[in-house]
Design a protein around this ligand. Structure first.
Ligand code: BT5
Length: 252
C-alpha cells in the first residue's frame, strides 16, 4: 500500500507572514504529522539567516510541511537534502524539466534559483518536529522578480513557457515527498544520498563557499552523512562545511 501522510491535511491561507511560522505554531498545538500549510502570499517569507523570500500572490507555491520523525536530532538535516530531491523530481514530473540541486537547499534551472527550501527543527534530546518550508517560483515574470532578483532567480513559467496550475504541481511534489520520506524511514539515508548525488550540480565543480568565517575556494568533493559539504582547496587540504553560501565558479 502506498504510504501517504504528507498532504492528508492541508491548511490553506490567503495570506500569512510565513508558512513556516504558521506550521511551527500548529505543530506546537499538536497538529498531526504530514500537515501542510499553504499560502497564496507571504508578507514575510523567510530564507536562511533572516533573509527574505519574495512570495507574491498567485505566483508561486509557498508551503510548509510538519514532520515528526522518530530520529536523532543530527539526522534531521538529511531532511533538507530529501526535500530538495523530492521537489526536484516533483517539478520534473509536472513540467518535464528537472532542476539541479545546489548545496544545500537551492534548486536551479539554467543556473538560476527557481526554488528555495528552509528546514527548521524543534528538538531537545529527541525531535519534536521538523518544518520543511518550500518556495517554488511558478508563474513569476521578470517584472515580478524585479531588478534585484532577475539576474539570479527564475520561474517555471520563464523556463518552460507554460503556466503552472498550482494544485497540480503541489500534488506531484507531495507525492514525491511521501515516497522519499518513507524510503528514508525504511531504508535510511543511503537512497536519498544516492539520489541527491545524481541530481546535484555542485559536486565536482570549482566553487567558493562563504561560511560566515570567510570565503574558501576549491573543488566540491562530496557530502557526508550529515549533509555537510567537503571541498578540496588548491593546496590539497580538505575542508568541511555544515553551513554556507556556494557560488559555482564554472557554471555549465
Ligand atoms: C532559501 O533561503 O532559499 C529558503 C527559502 C524558503 C522559502 C519557503 S516559502 C515557504 C516557506 N515559508 C517561509 O517563510 N519560507 C519557506 P536562502 O538560501 O537564504 O535564500 C534567500 C535569498 O534568495 C534572498 O536573500 C534572495 O537573494 C533570494 N530570493 C528571495 N526570494 C526569492 C525568490 N522568490 N526566488 C529566488 N530567489 C529569491
Amino acid at each position: 500500500m502506498k504510504k501517504m501522510i504528507i498532504g492528508q491535511n492541508i491548511r490553506y491561507y490567503d495570506e500569512v507572514d510565513s508558512t513556516n511560522t504558521v506550521a511551527n505554531e500548529l505543530a506546537q498545538q499538536e497538529a498531526p504529522e504530514g500537515t501542510v500549510v499553504l499560502a497564496d502570499c507571504q508578507h514575510r517569507g523567510q530564507g536562511r539567516l533572516e533573509r527574505r523570500w519574495l512570495s507574491p500572490p498567485n505566483k508561486g507555491l509557498w508551503f510548509s510541511v510538519i514532520l515528526r520523525p522518530q530520529a536523532e536530532p543530527p539526522t534531521a538535516v538529511q531532511l533538507t537534502l530529501l526535500a530538495a530531491v523530492a521537489t526536484s523530481l516533483g517539478i520534473e514530473a509536472y513540467t518535464g524539466i528537472r532542476p539541479g540541486i545546489k548545496w544545500p537547499n537551492d534548486l536551479l534551472l539554467q543556473g538560476k534559483k527557481v526554488c528555495g527550501i528552509l528546514c527548521e527543527m524543534d528538538a531537545g534530546e529527541t525531535i519534536d518536529h521538523v518544518i520543511i518550508g518550500i518556495g517554488i517560483n511558478t508563474n513569476m515574470t521578470l517584472q515580478d522578480l524585479g531588478p534585484e532578483l532577475q539576474a539570479t532567480a527564475t520561474s517555471l513559467w520563464l523556463e518552460s513557457g507554460r503556466a503552472v496550475v498550482g494544485p497540480e504541481l503541489l500534488d506531484e511534489v507531495l507525492d514525491q515527498l511521501n515516497y522519499w520520506y518513507f524510503k528514508w524511514i525504511d531504508e535510511g539515508f543511503e537512497p536519498v544520498y544516492k539520489a541527491w548525488n545524481r541530481l546535484n550540480v555542485t559536486l565536482g565543480r570549482f566553487i567558493r563557499v562563504d561560511c560566515g568565517e570567510g570565503q574558501f575556494c576549491g573543488q566540491a568533493l562530496s557530502i557526508d552523512e550529515e549533509g555537510a559539504l567537503v571541498i578540496r582547496e588548491a593546496d590539497g587540504r580538505e575542508r568541511k562545511f555544515n553551513f554556507g553560501e556556494v557560488s559555482i565558479r564554472n557554471p555549465e
